[in-house]
Design a protein around this ligand. Structure first.
Ligand code: ATP
Ligand code: MG
Length: 536
């Protein structure tokens, strides 16, 4: 945990990791707050607008009951339990049950289709899964191909043949369960990366993972906890951003979450919900912020205390809009599933430089290195590296020693992202190594061009890729979604090209511009540039 400080240097300099030898996520994020007083854990808003409030006492008890169910059904320490649910009460119950049993949980996005599901369930050799009727519809089609999967627990009214009712089993089970003793280094969950660059990789994390997220979450949410804190994110509680920086980190502090199952992200409805429920802390990925700006949301009644954003480059362009709309600054963070959030910002600790991701998170030694893990001088572009050992790095890629060893060079974990650190310690994002465009002898990162495009009044979203070019190796192509009120035309394309030439650099202007209604995205809201590249 951070000791509060008024300057960044003090905060960074005073930080010491304190990782207890014995540590269990269920104990840390739930049982500690289940003190019999009915402390609020979850405010759940269902699709019909009904609100249910659940206490830590109840979550703890139900997860003890479900731990008994898993044990009675023959699951043992180390077995994998998949959780294939959208934001719901059952989701944390299932995770906490796995953690207290020293099993390994596998969070899965509710929106995954059959292929995505099959890849992750067979890769992890999951023995049990908790899902709902919608999930079962997909799962039932592939179950034959998953010989390791023994138990399917269904949340909902119907329990099709071969499945078990989650709630009936929970209700019938004993509420007494003794937490299985775990060390902080014991495996707790496998989180698959977003699969932005290829097949997702299963990052196996230990129970200590939540401790690794605290310094960044605390710094970028303006220190936690504060009276009245209440957290919400539209991100699924299935990837590191929603589950660990959201649910687990806030529950570690005993701060309640708002849960909501939204079919689609509706910007104005999200604003209304935040105002009605008194949400104070949010994690809004850049895509969500862009959609909100595009929709021209109104903001009466909103009382946010902290806005946390990341997962993709935010760019300086949205900062002013965020401040005007919400009355607080957007604090950008950078990290990845494998190594947690290693960079972040907080406008109260240091001035935000538009376009920069911020500074190293206390506890993390972040440097710009080359692919041999050698440090590069300030101001030079290179790979963002995180010095190891670091107590909160993943244990390994699940059963993939080759990928695991490729992830490290010298003393560093290589993020695979390129960046620059300036003289004052600020980090600037360039691009993923794979997204760099080689054009006419220049190596150009798409982010900078995208940020410039975003400054053009007609542009709502932009993605830049390199497409093959016989002379230049690659040519720069921009895919653009227009803001309402603008129509695609050659003249507008030329105007946008000219804009980049003048604003940024002549060699970085997109030779090709294509307008689209939407951009292809991962379930985590990241633009799939590799898909745009194959479109040509
Ligand atoms: P995969 O590894 O499967 O290709 P992924 O890297 O998108 O997918 P995640 O671990 O969910 O999977 O995302 C981490 C990545 O997201 C980072 O490596 C980086 O490329 C990007 N990212 C995160 N935060 C930022 C940020 N603030 N600015 C730019 N990019 C970011
Ligand atoms: Mg990655």
């Amino acid at each position: 945990m951070l000791t509060e400080a008024s300057t960044y240097d003090e905060l960074y300099g005073n930080f010491r990791w304190e990782i207890p030898a014995r540590f269990n996520l269920a104990e840390a994020c739930c049982d500690r707050h289940a003190d019999g007083t009915g402390r609020l854990a979850l405010v759940y808003l269902d699709e019909n607008g009904a609100i249910t409030r659940t206490s830590f006492d109840d979550v703890a008890e139900m997860s003890r009951r479900f731990a008994n169910v898993l044990r009675a059904d023959g699951l043992v320490r180390g077995d994998r339990v998949a959780v294939f649910l959208s934001q719901s009460l059952e989701l944390p119950i299932a995770h906490m049950a796995a953690f207290r049993s020293a099993m390994i949980s596998i969070p899965l996005f509710a929106l995954f289709g059959e292929d995505a599901l099959e890849f992750r369930l067979s890769n992890s050799q999951a023995r049990a899964i908790v899902t709902d009727e919608g999930g079962w519809e997909k799962l039932s089609k592939i179950r034959d191909r998953l010989p390791e999967l023994k138990k399917v627990y269904i949340v909902g009214e119907r329990t099709p043949a071969g499945t078990t009712s989650f709630w009936n089993s929970v209700k019938a089970a004993s509420p007494d369960f003794r937490l299985v003793d775990t060390s902080a280094d014991d495996p707790a969950l496998i989180i698959y990366t977003s699969g932005t660059t290829g097949n997702p990789k299963g990052a196996l994390h230990a129970h200590r993972v939540v401790l690794g997220h605290l310094p960044n979450v605390e710094m970028c949410h303006n220190f936690l906890p504060r009276p009245g804190d209440l957290m919400w994110t539209p991100a699924d509680w299935a990837w590191i951003g929603g589950l660990i920086n959201g649910l687990f980190a806030f529950w570690y502090h005993g701060i309640p979450l708002v849960g909501h199952r939204a079919r689609k992200f509706e910007p104005q409805a999200a604003m209304q919900m935040m105002a009605d429920l008194g949400v104070r802390n949010v994690f809004l990925p850049p895509t969500a912020l862009k959609l909100m700006r595009q929709a021209g949301v109104t903001h009466s009644g909103i009382k946010l205390r902290s806005i946390f954003t990341g997962g993709e480059s935010l760019g300086g362009e949205l900062l002013g809009w965020v401040r005007e709309t919400f009355g607080v600054d957007a604090h950008e963070v950078f990290g990845q599933t494998e190594c947690n959030l290693v960079i972040g910002s907080n406008a109260n600790l240091f001035p935000i430089r538009p376009g920069s991701m911020g500074k190293a998170t206390p506890g993390f030694d972040v440097r710009i290195v080359n692919d041999r893990g050698e440090e590069q001088p300030r101001g030079q572009r290179g790979i963002i590296g995180v010095r190891q050992p670091c107590p909160c790095t993943m244990l390994e890629y699940w059963r993939n020693p080759e990928a695991t060893s490729k992830k490290y060079a010298g003393e560093f974990l290589l993020t695979g992202d390129l960046g620059v650190q300036d003289e004052d310690g600020y980090f600037w994002y360039v691009s993923r190594e794979d997204d760099v465009i080689t054009t006419a002898g220049y190596r150009v990162g798409p982010s900078e061009i995208e940020h410039t495009l975003m400054k053009h009044p007609a542009v709502a979203m932009a993605a830049v890729v390199g497409i093959p070019d016989p002379i230049r190796t690659e040519s720069i192509k921009a895919w653009i979604v227009l803001r309402p009120g603008f129509a695609a035309s050659d003249a507008l394309a030329r105007e946008i090209q000219e804009f980049v030439k003048v604003q940024l650099a002549a060699h970085e202007y997109p030779r090709f511009v294509e307008f689209a209604e939407t951009l292809p995205m991962t379930a985590t809201g990241k633009v799939l540039r590799r898909e745009l590249r194959t479109r040509g």
